[in-house]
Design a protein around this ligand. Structure first.
Ligand SMILES: O=C(O)[C@H](O)COP(=O)(O)O
Length: 316
């Protein structure tokens, strides 16, 4: 049986699938040629990340497909219910990338707190005077330790982010419409484990208390953070969106930066992907990454292996 991993898959995933007798194709087929390719090569399993979309048409026109696998969390690029109604298995790997996303958020937070996203670019090629001027202009950094992190969406990734925050000496407050509390476990390098509980509070209270805000919610029809929510935040707040484009109103964000309500922000996802608005790309208050939350060797290894295991157990 053939597996097409159209947005790639780790070697560990390929090896596990091949050992079970699957043929794995890793060609990236353009969206408009996908239907032909799947039919021509009699593909049984289509694996995608966020780049390839799997809509009704493709599902209807590719009868050889038995499984659609999402290497990652968000399935907004797949017509999941429709595929399932047609008897296809739709699988993903919801836990495999949580810690990688959490670390990316903190990479942005530490960078923003000390202006690394700008100072890297601004370092003078020569000149003592320039160096000194630059040192002065980046003299107002802040520590994360002792600050409050607000987490909107307290599922797997939100909780992983909370654990990193606690390790960084931050207080964590969280909002989740589906969760009253979460039991978290901190794992230490020497094998010690510490359990603790975080009770969620209202969204407004999270926004009011937080020095840093991070979103970990699925794609949805309306903004989670817009003009109203920005007005409820502390002046000078730093925010991060590594969830989905469209959960933060980008126009409201730019206005909030302009007014000083938001001092700096990190975006890993954009309302327009893969071509974010130029005003975002040019704004010095923004630290940007091209949707790389899950893009670590470790996360992709776990994702590849988990997909392989699920595929083998369904078809093996
Ligand atoms: O939903 C996810 O898993 C993340 O947004 C990562 O998407 P990617 O696999 O396209 O990097």
């Amino acid at each position: 049986m053939k597996v097409l991993a159209n947005d790639g898959i780790s070697n560990s995933g390929i090896e596990a699938l091949e050992a079970a007798g699957f043929e794995v194709l890793t060609t990236t087929v353009a969206q408009e040629q996908l239907e032909n390719y799947i039919n021509k090569h009699n593909i049984t399993v289509l694996i995608v990340r966020s780049a390839t979309t799997v809509r009704k048409n493709l599902i209807d026109n590719c009868p050889s497909l038995k499984i659609i696998g999402r290497g990652g969390v968000g399935m907004d690029n797949i017509d999941v219910d429709y595929a399932r109604s047609k008897g296809l298995h739709v699988i993903n790997t919801p836990a495999a990338s949580s810690h990688s996303v959490a670390e990316l958020v903190f990479g942005h937070f530490y960078g923003l707190a000390r202006f690394l996203h700008n100072s890297n670019r601004d370092m003078p090629l020569e000149g003592d005077a320039n160096f000194k001027a630059l040192k002065k202009s980046y003299a107002k950094g802040t520590e994360l330790k002792g600050k409050t992190l607000g987490v909107l969406g307290f599922g797997r990734i939100g909780q992983a982010t909370a654990k990193v925050a606690i390790g960084a000496g931050m207080k964590v407050v969280a909002f989740d419409p589906f969760l009253e509390k979460a039991n978290l476990q901190l794992d230490f390098f020497d094998g010690q484990k510490v359990d603790f509980e975080i009770k969620t509070i209202s969204k407004e209270e999270v926004l009011k208390q937080s020095d840093f805000v991070t979103l970990h919610v699925p794609a949805q029809d309306s903004y989670v953070i817009g003009e109203k929510e920005f007005s409820q935040m502390k002046d000078g707040v730093i925010i991060a969106n590594a969830a989905r484009g469209g959960v933060v109103d980008e126009v409201a964000l730019l206005n909030a930066i302009k007014s000083g309500k938001v001092s700096r922000a990190a975006l890993d996802v954009f309302e327009k992907e893969p071509q974010p608005e130029i005003q975002l790309l040019m704004n010095p208050a923004l630290s940007l990454t091209p949707h790389t939350g899950a893009a670590t060797n470790e996360a992709q290894d776990r994702i590849g292996l988990e997909l392989a295991e699920q595929i083998i157990s369904i078809l093996g």
